[in-house]
Design a protein around this ligand. Structure first.
Ligand code: NAP
Ligand code: MG
Length: 472
């Protein structure tokens, strides 16, 4: 058990002004592994002051040079990758294999992509008699969740740095150790003091203080739609920029003629990825009524190979959920599914065999799910797949679009063109076509209540810039 007592502000680790602490728990064995300061509103004040003071200097650094700092930061992430993997496995319970491949692999690649973009992005353009400058928005307040703790930090910090913004980060209370490790990387990359600041703390205290702070020009939030709504209201009241990456209830539509076995196997793997704790998880599988029972059997068989276990074991693909609250929430949704009349094909709300300790849940498949059921409408954030039947394409579109969310979707068809034609009718920010892979340069974000704004690539960089037109 390690007691960390400092926040990273203005280029150094300094004691928190408040006295509160947050215990960090290993969700696989429920042991307290560390504690970190619960930063107060005064700590947030100090961090925002440091970021404001650093802003003019950082904004004046040429973009290509800012890119070399981001490249140095990427190199630090690479050098400390094993520590990140071990830290995330301990505080999030993510299986080591996934922690290495995805939870650290993607942020390293994203940081690299922004280092490159810094040198090539058009920070100035000519429109008729105008020179249009794309300038940093200013001080960014970044509030991040626990499910992809490094990815969500890098998705905000790397483009903000390239844009010339300075940053105060408030990471999730469940995964502060990953954020501390990231701050150590920032220090080792020798970024100027005050450009990046870290305040660990509780959402309603440190998070709220950051969102409300008049010294913050842009709030970038990833997390639940409930909190996002509040942050959007605060930002609207202050007329400041806001970016919201929120929840989802994404549909995977298998059209007749698609490779059903492949589509179902990919969907089960997707829903078990990160133990179901992914905002873009494809949690609704829509299958034509003629193939429906075959899909149910395929899903049941596929889930059998996802057995929850010790996340430090390289062969384990499903770990525990992040905390007791999420475990209770996922179990309650499973009970609700049964209550509302869905058919429990496999899984259920009881603890997996031999996993009574730790926040484990059973990967679960529901059939006979109808579109209005709670489990078909609300984000569960656990390894729970709902199979829904449709009679024709129009009905499939209606069901797929029939939630408040619009983050992601997937379409499987006999060929890419058929799937892409169907994808045009979907209300979602990202659509996987016949299993198409994640692209770290493509804009990521939501339609409808899944959010406002985009992350990744050039679109993600544009979020941190505003324009100034000079007329000649
Ligand atoms: P959350 O409360 O929205 O947490 C996201 C971040 O916001 C955390 O840093 C959190 O701090 C902070 N926060 C909480 N209340 C705040 C406030 N009033 N003002 C400013 N910041 C605040 O999400 P959660 O409670 O961890 O998870 C609940 C549900 O959200 C999940 O079951 C899932 O459905 C959804 N979720 C979605 C995503 C996504 O990627 N879209 C990620 C995580 C969760 P604390 O850590 O201290 O709460
Ligand atoms: Mg919370």
């Amino acid at each position: 058990m390690i007691a960390h007592d400092a926040l990273y502000i203005d280029g150094s680790w300094r004691p928190a002004l408040g006295t509160g602490v947050i215990d960090v728990v290993n969700p696989a064995d429920e042991q307290v592994i560390a504690s970190v300061p619960a930063g107060s509103a005064e700590d947030v004040d100090a961090a925002v002051a440091a970021a404001r003071a650093a802003l003019p200097g950082w904004a004046a650094v040429p973009p290509a040079r800012r890119g070399t700092y981001v490249a140095a930061l990427r190199d630090q992430l690479v050098a400390r990758r094993d520590e990140f993997v071990a830290t995330m496995t301990a505080e999030l319970g993510v299986p080591v294999g996934f922690a290495r491949r995805v939870q650290t692999g993607i942020p390293i690649a994203v940081a690299g992509s922004y280092a490159e973009l810094a040198a090539t992005y058009a920070f100035e353009e000519r429109i008729g008699n105008s020179a249009v400058h794309h300038e940093p928005v200013g001080v960014v307040g970044a509030i991040t969740p626990w499910n992809y703790p490094l990815h969500q930090i890098v998705n905000k910090v790397a483009p903000a740095l390239v844009a010339g913004c300075t940053i105060v980060l408030k990471p999730a209370e469940d995964t502060p150790l990953t954020a501390q490790l990231f701050a150590e990387c920032v220090a080792a990359a020798e970024l100027p003091a005050g450009v990046f600041n870290l305040v660990t703390g509780l959402g309603p205290v440190a998070g709220q203080a950051l969102a409300e702070h008049p010294g913050v020009d842009l709030v970038s939030f990833t997390g639940s739609t409930d909190v996002g709504r509040r942050i959007g209201a605060i930002a609207g009241g202050a007329v400041k920029r806001v970016a919201l990456e929120l929840g989802g209830k994404s549909a995977n539509v298998v059209l007749p003629g698609a490779d059903l076995a492949k589509a179902v196997a990919a969907n089960v793997a997707d829903v078990c990825r990160n133990t179901g704790q992914s905002c873009n998880a494809l949690t609704r599988l829509l299958v034509h009524t003629d193939q429906y029972e075959e899909a149910v059997s395929l899903a049941a068989a596929a889930v059998a190979s996802f057995v929850p276990g010790d996340p430090t074991d390289p062969d384990v693909r499903v770990g525990p959920l992040v905390n007791a609250k999420q475990q209770a929430r996922v179990r309650a949704y499973i009970d609700k599914g049964v209550e509302e009349g869905a058919r429990l094909v496999t899984g259920g709300s009881a603890a997996p065999e031999g996993r009574e300790k730790g926040y484990f849940v059973r990967p679960t498949v529901f059939a006979d799910v109808t579109p209005e059921m709670t489990i078909a409408q609300e984000e569960i954030f656990g390894p729970v797949l709902s199979l829904i039947r449709y009679e024709d394409e129009d009905e499939a579109v209606r069901i797929a679009n029939g939630t408040v969310y619009g983050l992601a979707a997937a379409v499987w068809a006999a060929d890419g063109a058929t799937a892409a034609a169907f994808a045009r009718r979907l209300e979602a920010g990202q659509v996987e076509i016949n299993g198409g892979g994640f692209n770290i340069l493509a804009p990521f974000g939501g339609h409808k209540q899944s959010g406002i704004g985009r992350e990744l690539g050039a679109h993600g960089l544009a979020e941190y810039l505003h324009t100034k037109s000079l007329q000649f």
